[in-house]
Design a binder for this molecule. Structure first.
Ligand code: CP
Ligand code: NVA
Length: 307
């Protein structure tokens, strides 16, 4: 039994497998095979402590296409709100559901859920990681560039956040050069150390830089909101610190014509990205959002088939 909490628990060849399965699901879906009932009668629990549009809906659609039912809940509706422990909740949920996808404030909640679960736990975003997003990002870059390996990607802005971290992790698995472009105060050098084994294995290169000129020559320029959910107290400070890192036409010019623009969404237009870039010819953001559904199917198929 496996969980998907950070992507660190998957070997490079397993990440590739997940992406190939995703691509296969997408090809079949576009050819008209919407329904692939691999798990009829099984239930996917969606446990969400924070807002979501894409993750909630892509998992719901993915489950439906695999013949599964979903149950959506927030902590308030469960006995968790009245003091039942995460451990007891997971012991019970494991008897009903085939998998749980959880969006939590603290990553430690996912670790606790996984420790007491006998079904796969899928990270639907935590304060530190967003692995489902990284899979859709890699699929999108693969489609756009024709390559899965040896890509160069620059993440610009809040380089400390969940989306940046998961992009660096998937880049390490796939042998990419990931440039994390943002202010020094937000650099998480520990991440590079954690990835050392994968970097040695795949030849990937992950580094932090505060120079916006380092977007030059990349295959993808990626950004995300400056204030992630749960970090609202730091909003003002972050906006000030990150203003020089807005992705606008000047930044895309430095990156060059072959670079696609990526954003996990939701976007704060006018802050981390300008309208002309997100709506412009280099933008791949709607494909990225679409790909969330196909990568979600691959994750469910992979984790549930293994059981
Ligand atoms: N990209 C993403 O996870 O979006 P949601 O917050 O809408 O799920
Ligand atoms: N970094 C953002 C991603 C939202 C999908 C957040 O955590 O709010």
């Amino acid at each position: 039994m496996r969980h998907l909490l950070t992507l660190l628990e998957f070997a490079p060849h397993e990440v590739e497998d997940l992406l190939r399965i995703s691509r296969d699901f997408k090809t079949r879906f576009l050819a008209g095979e919407v329904y692939t009932p691999l798990f009829p009668g099984r239930v996917l629990l969606l446990y969400f402590e924070k807002h979501s549009t894409r993750t909630r809906l892509s998992l719901t659609a993915a489950a439906a296409q695999l013949g599964m039912q979903t149950v959506y809940t927030t902590p308030n509706e469960l006995q968790l709100a009245r003091g039942e422990t995460v451990a007891d909740t997971m012991r019970v949920v494991s008897r009903y559901a085939a998998a749980v996808a959880a969006r939590v404030y603290k990553h430690e909640t996912l670790d606790e859920m996984a420790r007491h679960s006998s079904i796969p736990v899928i990270n639907a975003l935590s304060d530190r990681h967003h692995p489902l997003q990284a899979l859709a990002d890699a699929l999108t870059l693969w489609e756009r560039s024709g390559r899965l390996h040896n890509l160069k990607v620059a993440f610009v802005g809040d380089v400390s956040n969940n989306v940046a971290t998961s992009l660096a992790i998937i880049g390490a698995k796939l042998g990419w050069e990931v440039r994390l472009v943002g202010p020094k105060q937000l650099w998480n050098q520990k991440l590079v150390d954690e990835l050392a084994e994968d970097l040695a294995k795949t030849g990937a290169r992950i580094y932090f830089t505060d120079s916006i000129n380092d977007v030059a020559g990349v295959d993808g320029v990626y950004t995300d909101v400056w204030v992630s959910m749960g970090f609202e107290k730091e909003a003002e400070e972050r906006r000030k610190m990150l203003r020089p890192y807005q992705v606008n036409s000047r930044v895309m010019d430095i990156a060059g014509k072959k670079a696609v623009f990526l954003h996990c969404l939701p976007a704060h237009r006018g802050e981390e990205v300008t309208d002309d870039v997100i709506d412009g010819p280099q933008s791949a953001v709607w494909d990225q959002a679409e790909n969330r559904m196909h990568t979600a199917k691959a994750v469910l198929a992979y984790l549930l088939k293994m059981r």
